[in-house]
Write a protein that binds this ligand. Sequence first.
Ligand code: PEP
Length: 244
Amino acid sequence: MRKRLVIANWKMNGSLALVDEMVAGFSAASHVDVIVAPPSVYVFHLTEVAAGSFGVGLQDVSQFESGAHTGDLSAAMMAELGATAVLVGHSERRSEHGETDATVAAKGLRVLAAGMMPVICVGESLAERESGQAEAKVRAQIEAQADCLRFGGEIAIAYEPVWAIGTGKSASALEAVAMHREIRRVLQEVTAEYAQGIRILYGGSVNGENAAELFSHDEIEGVLVGGASLDTEQFAAIIRAADV
Ligand code: PEP
């Protein structure tokens, strides 16, 4: 089995002190790639102090290359700082900032063109799951990223059911596995050439307690962790659970 990928998404949380605490408490695991995505203002400091012990990511990127886009940050700027991955299409960006599949696709292509890995976030709402639409929703979100998926760069898909994000109610391991299998089928249809190289992560209330159960399934090739990534000990426990 290939290396698992554990990504911390701090969202709009943390501090310079937490960056230092995270780095001081970090211990590498041989079968796990770790990426920490703090708020962008902390990225420069993180790249300096992390000194390559884990990867540095960002939580969003501009869909534009450069120019008059006040407040935006370009993919090239992120790559220049040494970042290796960028989340695109997180459900909070989709719901709070009106990001569409087309916006997400444009962002993903910018990230790839800058030589970094887009982590494309997909997932259904509670209403969609309860009405039996979960697979159709996720399929449509992935198909909309066809240009990125066929680009040929490193990509990860994060399956994050919206009802599990920040709620403390993780999807069961079997629910996650079933959707990961469906995502693998869709990737195969969209790009037989590159599908197998794409890691599929689960996200949604992952913590130090439920990580081991998730990682007992080969289909869970990594996790995207929000709340629990702010707790150095919990995050370390998740990395240990992934190291199998
Ligand atoms: C996330 O922000 O991507 C996430 C999964 O959050 P949490 O782990 O807090 O549910």
